[in-house]
Design a protein around this ligand. Structure first.
Ligand code: PBG
Length: 325
C-alpha cells in the first residue's frame, strides 16, 4: 500500500503542481511598506540598524511610493520625523507637518496607491512618550487621546486613505472615529494597533525615529508579552470602538496571537513584522548565516498561515520582486 503522503509529496515537489496543494498564498497586494519621511533629510539618510531602509525627503518618498505602486504593494505606511519636537508633540497635527505634506505629495503623484498614516506622538514629543505628560510626569491618557484624534483628522484632511493609531492609549479608537465622522471623514477607515506589546524588537525603529523614551519605558500603555488573552480583549475593544482592521505587533514571536485575534474578531488582521525582526534577518544574512530571500519568504508565508490578512514589512519591496520572478 502506498502512503498518501508520498503521493502528495510528488505534487509539492513539482513547481507546476505545487499550487494545487498549497494552503497559504502570499501576494504583493497583502504587503504594506513603511516609509520614514523626514523634514530634515536631504535626499536619503541611511538608518544604521536597518540596512536598506532610509529616512526620506518628501521627493524621495514620492519616488518610493512610485516603486511601491509599480511593485503592486497594498499600501505605504508613513512615519513622520519632524525638524522640531516639543512637550506636546504639536508637529503631529500641524497641517503643514511632514506626514501631511508627504501624504499630499504622494497622493498627487500616485493617486491609486493607498496611503496609511501612523498616528502617534512619540516621534514628535521631546520626551519620546506616545502621549502628553501630566504635572507628575505620567502619561495623561485622556489629554493624549484628544491630540491623537486631532492628528488623525489632519492626516485625513491631507488625503490619508487609512489612519493607524499606534499609541495604545485607552479609548483612542472611539475618539478618532468620532472626530473623523464629525469632520466629514466617515469613509476613512481605522487600522488599530490593537495588540501592541512593549517589545525589545522596536529598538532599530527608535533609532530611526529618534523616539526612544527619555525616561521610563512604554510598559504603562503597551502590553506585557506574557499576556495573550489580554491581546484578544484589546482587539475586541478596538473593534467595538469602531476599528476597521486590527493589528498584532510584533509578529514573529506572536503567531499564536495573530491566530487568536483572527478567530475572535471578524475584522481583517494585520501583523507588523517590526524593525528588530528585519534587522535580525539583515544582520544574519550579511554574516552569511542565513539566506535572506528564503528566510523572508518563509517568515511572510508563516505570518499569512498564522492568520494575517495584511503584513507590514520593511522587506515588502524585496518580497514583491521575488514573488514576481
Ligand atoms: C510609534 C511606533 C513604534 C513602532 C511603530 N509605531 C515604536 C514604539 O512603539 O516604540 C515600531 C515599529 C517597528 O519597530 O518597526 N508608537
Amino acid at each position: 500500500m502506498a502512503f498518501p503522503q508520498t503521493r502528495l509529496r510528488r505534487l509539492r515537489a513539482s513547481p507546476a503542481l505545487r499550487g494545487l496543494v498549497r494552503e497559504t498564498d502570499l501576494r504583493a497586494e497583502q504587503l504594506i511598506l513603511p516609509l520614514f519621511v523626514s523634514e530634515t533629510a536631504e535626499g536619503r539618510e541611511e538608518i544604521q540598524a536597518m540596512p536598506g531602509v532610509q529616512r526620506l525627503s518628501i521627493a524621495e518618498a514620492v519616488k518610493e511610493a512610485g516603486e511601491a505602486t509599480r511593485l503592486g504593494l497594498g499600501a505605504v505606511l508613513l512615519f513622520g520625523l519632524p525638524a522640531e519636537k516639543d512637550r506636546e508633540g504639536s508637529a503631529a497635527w500641524d497641517e503643514e507637518g511632514i506626514v501631511q505634506l508627504s501624504t499630499r505629495a504622494i497622493k498627487q503623484a500616485h493617486p491609486e496607491l493607498l496611503v496609511v498614516t501612523d498616528v502617534c506622538l512619540c516621534e514628535y514629543t521631546e520626551h519620546g512618550h506616545c502621549g502628553v505628560l501630566s504635572e507628575d510626569g505620567q502619561v495623561d491618557n485622556d489629554a493624549s487621546v484628544d491630540l491623537l484624534a486631532r492628528t488623525a483628522v489632519s492626516h485625513a484632511r491631507a488625503g490619508a486613505d487609512l489612519v493607524a493609531p499606534s499609541d495604545m492609549m485607552d479609548g483612542r479608537v472611539g475618539a478618532i472615529r468620532e472626530a473623523l465622522d464629525e469632520e466629514g471623514f466617515s469613509q476613512t477607515p481605522i487600522m488599530a494597533y490593537s495588540a501592541k506589546f512593549a517589545s525589545a524588537f522596536y529598538g532599530p525603529f527608535r533609532d530611526a525615529a529618534g523616539s526612544a523614551p527619555a525616561f521610563g519605558d512604554r510598559r504603562g500603555y503597551q502590553m506585557d508579552p506574557a499576556n495573550g488573552r489580554e491581546a484578544v480583549r484589546e482587539a475586541l475593544l478596538d473593534a467595538q470602538e469602531g476599528a476597521d482592521m486590527v493589528m498584532v505587533k510584533p509578529a514573529l514571536a506572536y503567531g499564536d496571537l495573530i491566530r487568536a485575534v483572527k478567530r475572535a474578531s471578524r475584522l481583517p488582521v494585520a501583523a507588523y513584522n517590526v524593525s528588530g525582526e528585519y534587522a535580525m534577518v539583515k544582520a544574519a544574512a550579511a554574516a552569511g548565516y542565513l539566506d535572506e530571500r528564503a528566510t523572508v519568504m518563509e517568515i511572510l508565508t508563516s505570518l499569512r498561515r498564522a492568520g494575517a490578512d495584511i503584513i507590514i514589512s520593511y522587506h515588502a519591496k524585496d518580497a514583491a520582486l521575488w514573488l514576481a520572478e
